[in-house]
Design a protein around this ligand. Structure first.
Ligand SMILES: NC(=O)c1ccc[n+]([C@@H]2O[C@H](COP(=O)([O-])OP(=O)(O)OC[C@H]3O[C@@H](n4cnc5c(N)ncnc54)[C@H](OP(=O)(O)O)[C@@H]3O)[C@@H](O)[C@H]2O)c1
Length: 300
């Protein structure tokens, strides 16, 4: 297949280019800057200059493609997340960008869209398992994610196929994990929420393989991640990989300062990705969080 990627130079895009090439697909990657275009070329894909708000550039780049994977984001890293308005750009990408991408895909005659979504949107469910039918908790932070999924559902209503992948927290050699890893190495706190609460994580390498499997998945919404891990274990695993005995949790006032931006990172979400595995045969190469997820960071 010929696949058009937005966010091709980001952590999800890089993983997807590798996995798509390994599966024999051809990739065109959207690039906003010359630097991103060079990175995409170096990965063996064809860059297409433009951004997610430029419908004409998108239609031109998408013509002749069989599928689009909409992976563009602008997630603030580290303490930048606490700044007022820090989610403005990522929210705009989800609410406006996803609409422009879906309309462009239809205009270009593309039949399938894969949308990167987030499993943070589920309501806290304690120790109970969460699947795709579990309730969502809508807040200022989660609504744009749901809006983007709806944009894709509209694409499907008009005759295409859309697959939204609700990914867990990307955890590996990405910029946010690298920030946490540096803090943990210095003995600083990185944890939020209750130690016994559950979180849904995914290794960056498994994002790309999920995008490949989404190309043949029945349309719909799927959770995609490794086995859920309890926050205490998550924090200790990072700290131990960083050479410390154990990890530490931030004081509660930090969570309050971040209001609904950080609240989503404290929900107990024991999420199952079984449906996606059952429907597509996808299995994570990194099925359970272990210290080797941080090997690349430990070497730095
Ligand atoms: N599920 C998750 O947990 C999740 C999901 C996504 C990201 N994150 C985290 O967020 C952090 C930052 O992610 P990142 O390093 O991938 O970088 P990023 O700065 O968030 O950029 C991601 C990608 O989106 C593209 N992009 C941004 N704005 C765009 C726009 N207006 N139009 C078109 N493309 C646009 C970027 O293209 P350019 O290079 O051209 O700017 C880049 O390819 C990482 O730690 C990552 O793990 C987590």
């Amino acid at each position: 297949m010929k696949v058009f990627l937005t966010g091709a130079s980001g952590v999800m895009g890089r993983s997807s280019i590798d996995a798509l090439h390994q599966a024999g697909h051809t990739v065109i990657g959207l690039a906003r800057t010359a630097e991103s275009a060079a990175q995409i070329s170096a990965a063996g894909a064809e860059p297409c200059r433009g951004d997610v708000y430029d419908g004409d550039a998108l239609v031109a780049g998408m013509r002749g493609c069989d599928a689009v994977a909409n992976l563009a984001t602008k997630v603030p890293v580290g303490t930048a997340a606490l700044r007022p308005g820090s989610l403005k750009e990522v929210e705009r990408i989800r609410v406006v960008g996803s609409k422009v991408v879906a309309i462009a895909a239809r205009e270009a005659g593309v039949e399938r869209i894969v949308q990167q979504s987030l499993s943070f949107i589920y309501a806290d469910n304690g120790d109970e398992w969460i699947d795709e039918h579990s309730p969502i908790d809508l807040t200022g932070a989660t609504e744009p994610v749901v809006v983007a999924e709806h944009r894709m559902a509209r694409f499907a209503e008009k005759g295409g196929t859309s697959v939204s992948l609700r990914f867990g927290l990307v955890t590996g050699d990405d910029r946010n994990t690298a920030w946490m890893f540096r803090r943990a190495r210095a003995g600083k706190a990185i944890g939020m929420g209750a130690k016994t609460s559950w979180m849904h994580v995914i290794h960056p390498a498994d994002v790309g393989s999920a995008v490949v499997h989404a190309l043949s998945a029945p349309g719909g919404i799927y959770n995609v991640g490794a086995e859920p891990v309890q926050r205490g274990d998550y924090v200790d695993t990072i700290a131990q990989a960083a050479g410390q005995k154990q990890g530490h949790f931030l004081p509660k006032w930090v969570e309050r300062l971040g209001s609904d931006k950080l609240e989503i990172l404290t929900r107990s979400q024991r999420i199952s990705s079984q449906l996606f595995s059952d429907r597509t045969g996808w299995h994570p190469t990194y099925p359970k969080l272990t210290p080797d997820w941080f090997d690349a960071l430990a070497r730095v």
